[in-house]
Design a protein around this ligand. Structure first.
Ligand code: C5P
Length: 222
């Protein structure tokens, strides 16, 4: 049986995970957060004192990293070598390592297989950077979700403030720019809009407006 897949790609801070999660809930699909998988691998590299720029060590470590996914009450759990690491992968350090380590082909190939497998087994809304272009090129609906760098930095700043963390807006903006650069310029499966993806700029839209827009696009393909 052919399953339906919706690919949502875009740069950091565009609102992909919030939106993808809610769309999946609305449609009764499974939400697949691929960034969490890169973060789990990053946690392994950090724990093993591997430098984010040491591609050789990263490559050598890959066969020892096993990432799998489970679902509990509709929430995705990321399992790293048998351990549920969901609560450990949302730190800045893990995010930075994930951004740097994900340029390595061996890291990506390992996770792409897992992602394609999930889409074979169920209807999915999958978010990431290369879903529409590389992981699921035949996805039924592809969305390229973005927002201005300033707006993405403002959102990140507000998120940190909510957690009681005082951050510098200019620093956040610089960090977002360097993550964008790495994602868009890596050799293997870089972030770019798929030719058949719909471009959605969320800078001036509420979360709800974005969700309604995407659900409308979904209705059109049915
Ligand atoms: O989306 P999130 O911030 O959790 O992703 C962490 C990092 O993993 C990103 O900075 C990005 O470089 C990388 N990533 C990727 N391809 C994906 C998902 C995430 O390269 N499909």
């Amino acid at each position: 049986m052919k399953h339906i897949s919706i690919a949502i790609d875009g740069p950091a801070g565009a609102g992909k995970s919030t939106i993808a999660r809610q769309i999946a809930k609305e449609l009764g699909f499974i939400y697949v957060d691929t960034g969490a998988m890169y973060r789990a691998m990053a946690l392994y590299f950090i724990r093993n004192d591997i430098d984010s720029s040491d591609s050789k060590k990263i490559e050598e470590a890959c066969p020892y990293v096993n990432v799998s996914i489970e679902y509990k009450d509709g929430e995705q759990l990321v399992i790293l070598n048998g351990e549920n690491v969901n609560g450990l992968i949302r730190t800045e350090a893990v995010g930075n390592m994930a951004s740097a380590a994900s340029i390595n082909k061996s890291v990506r190939l390992k996770l792409v297989e897992l992602q394609q497998d999930l889409a074979k087994k169920a209807n999915v809304v999958m978010d990431g950077r290369d879903i529409g272009t590389y992981v699921l090129p035949g996805a039924d609906l592809k969305i390229y979700l973005t927002a201005s760098t300033k707006e993405r930095a403002r959102r990140r700043w507000a998120e940190l403030k909510e957690k009681g963390i005082d951050a510098d807006m200019n620093e956040i903006e610089k960090d977002i720019e360097s993550r964008d650069f790495r994602d868009m310029n890596r050799e293997f499966a870089p972030l770019k809009q798929a030719e058949d993806a719909i471009y959605v700029d969320t800078s001036n839209l509420t979360i709800d407006e974005v969700i309604q827009k995407i659900l409308l696009y979904y209705q059109k393909i049915n």
